[in-house]
Design a protein around this ligand. Sequence first.
Ligand code: 3HC
Length: 291
Amino acid sequence: MSSDIRRVGVVGCGLMGAGIAEVCALAGLDVVVHEVSPGAAESGRARITASLDRGVRRGKLTGAERHTALDRLRVTHDLTALADRDLVVEAATEDEKVKVELFAELDRVVTRDDALLASNTSSLPIMKLGTATARPHQVVGVHFFNPVPVLDLVEIVPSLLTSPQTRSRAEAFVTGTLGKKVIRAQDRAGFVVNALLVPYLLSAIRMLESGHASAQDIDTGMVLGCAHPMGPLSLADLIGLDTLTAIAEAMYADFKEPQHAPPPLLLRMVEAGLLGRKSGRGFHDYSDEGS
Ligand code: 3HC
């Protein structure tokens, strides 16, 4: 499937936004990334550069590919720089109010009549984002997985108001241009993957909290006993404990099921700023690795 999308905007340059911007630039697209302030834009660009450098060190990319990808990327704190984009992927913090306001703003800023407005949300209703705009038929969930350059899956999530054409353009972009695999999900909190993954991660945290086993043994159990690439507490640290909490809270709000309620230990760790890899410490210690 070929795609007509060549100019991409990414809103947010944290873990997910930086990964999405990187794969888009490596796919040959012109990419503008928005961050909230000049400082955040600078850190976002540094994050993408560090990942491309790592690709070169690992022999995945040539120096020339790294250079060309960086040339295709502009990181700015000016949202109006997204005006001419064919597709904007919002990857801001997992907060409904922030995302709803952003979609209303993107609706005002993005000038192309046929532009797609996509969200990388893991758990918030696509419908709420769509109805914040005057073009809900062009709003769709496009949910990537972390690390974005490594994981091949994207969940495509239409709301009840998303047009079939928007869904197929998003799918053609993900498969044809980015070379990733698509699965389709209904507009329900957690979609397919997080609906299965989040209760599992929260169970592991409850297991640790109750003194049932150590963090190391819980992780080793799932790596060696079930051949998972990483244990649940290491994975929670990779996702970010603040992000995991936000996803769990959104799922709890949608389903009202105790399995989605964030355990007190998770809440205390977030309050303490122990957010996982990105802060240097979560269930495990990463202080010797950098972020
Ligand atoms: N960018 C580019 N490449 C990367 C990378 C990154 N950020 N991180 C790792 N890689 C590559 C490495 O270069 C390496 O490639 P190679 O084997 O060809 O040299 C390969 O991935 C393996 O990396 P490492 O050797 O450094 O480390 P591991 O073998 O321990 O793998 C991992 C690390 C890729 C993170 C692996 O453990 C893994 O896939 N874990 C599961 C991650 C997962 O489940 N993610 C989903 C989270 S849920 C989510 O994102 C949804 C959201 O809504 C919460």
